[in-house]
Design a protein around this ligand. Structure first.
Ligand SMILES: [Zn+2]
Length: 127
């Protein structure tokens, strides 16, 4: 029962995150390509554009992970490590709901440099 309620909580977090990311990406769909005669301005715009594109890339990647996690909830494989098939701890799933690996396997994967997970973002309102 405990895991089930954690799952519902995680699903809510994922759905909210998905809506947030989709909204953010829609708003930035048309990244303005501004033209200026002033070269300094051009450099400034190019830097801002690069930054915006990087953010969109990062958010798109996260959105893919969030969507994959929601799919796993629906097909019943959510919460199981893709590497060792152990149960991922509910605490970890609430902090990183799109996690596909248990902490041990994630650490191994990080060391080997595969799909580094963005763990910098945690949910302060999860509790
Ligand atoms: Zn594992």
């Amino acid at each position: 029962m405990k895991l089930l309620s954690a799952k519902n909580e995680v699903q809510e977090i994922l759905e909210a995150k998905q809506a947030e990311l989709m909204g953010g990406l829609r708003n930035r769909e048309g990244i303005a390509i501004e033209k200026s005669a002033d070269q300094m301005d051009e450099i400034q715009y190019a830097t801002e554009r690069d930054l915006a594109i990087r953010n969109v890339d990062r958010e798109s990647a996260l959105l893919r992970q969030v969507k994959a996690a929601l799919r796993r909830i629906h097909n019943g494989t959510f919460g199981t490590c893709v590497d060792c098939e152990e149960t991922i701890s509910p605490k970890r799933l609430i902090a990183v709901p799109w996690a596909t690996r248990c902490i041990k396997c994630q650490e191994t994967a990080d060391r080997e440099g595969q799909e580094p997970e963005d763990a910098s973002e945690t949910f302060s309102n999860a509790a």
